[in-house]
Design a protein around this ligand. Structure first.
Ligand code: ADE
Length: 249
């Protein structure tokens, strides 16, 4: 079964509202909603924030619900200078930027897997990129309120494919952004869960993909940009992209 995991409660609320024939099961402080989404059998769930929360959620998805594939949605702070608020990143490689076992292992190396990053499902990266581009070109205008499209100048937004770095910290300083750019040059954006989902999926040999909407610039303005954006814009992005993605399957 396809699992749609969301890092934001608001995204999960919108996705759950579109489910048909819903059955909900509560396990470990999460509500797993099983049902039909745009004609596809899925389980949808809110991961909660941070690597541990995401790891435990995805473990339950795999072991209790038999998830055969995970698609993970959420928001992220921009690390690449190319990105603006309202752009989309599809992760082709996931890092845990706060993993540091030096001097025993090189920085960023995950002890169990002995790698510094984990690739996402290549085929899905391409499908999600197409879905995100179709959303930006055809659906954004009708799905996101004009007030927010205007105030955030949400026109000509782009979808990029690249690295995503995760850590148990909300990044909100230009110094930290510069540091991440130096340490992990192929990383486009930063969030708090994707690298953990990638690790659990690698351990269980389950394919995964990650799609993130840029909500902030991970600098001193990050916290100001964040809450309204998540509620009024990012949730619509996730619903629109997932709809296009499922329709393409
Ligand atoms: N998710 C969205 N914005 C973020 C940021 N600036 N740092 C970490 N996670 C985020």
């Amino acid at each position: 079964m396809l699992a749609i995991l969301s890092a934001m409660r608001e995204e999960n609320t919108l996705l759950s509202a579109s489910l048909k024939n819903v059955k909900t099961k509560n396990i470990g402080s999460r509500s797993y909603h099983c049902g039909e989404l745009f004609g596809q059998e899925v389980v949808v769930v809110f991961s909660h924030w941070g690597k541990v929360a995401a790891a435990s959620t995805v473990t339950v998805l795999i072991t209790e619900f038999g998830a055969s594939e995970i698609v993970f949605t959420g928001v992220a702070g921009a690390i690449s200078e190319k990105l603006r608020i309202g752009d989309i990143v599809i992760g082709n490689r996931l890092y845990q930027h706060d993993m540091d076992v030096r001097p025993i292992l090189p920085r960023h190396t995950i002890p169990l897997l002995n790698v510094d990053s984990m690739p996402s499902s290549a085929g899905r990266v391409h499908q999600l990129e197409l879905a995100a581009k179709a959303f930006l070109a055809n659906d954004l205008e009708s799905m996101v309120d004009e007030t927010y499209r205007r105030s955030l100048s949400l026109v000509d937004r782009q979808c990029l494919v690249g690295g995503i770095a995760s850590g148990d910290q909300f990044i909100s300083s230009s110094e930290r952004v510069d540091d991440l750019r130096q340490r992990l040059p192929d990383v486009l954006c930063v969030e708090m869960e994707g690298g953990a989902v990638a690790q659990v999926c690698a351990e269980f040999d389950v394919p995964f993909s990650v799609v993130r909407t840029i909500s902030d610039s991970a600098d001193e303005a990050a916290a100001i940009d964040f809450p309204v954006f998540v509620e009024r814009v990012a949730s619509q992005y996730s619903l629109g992209i997932i709809k296009r993605f499922i329709e393409s399957l």
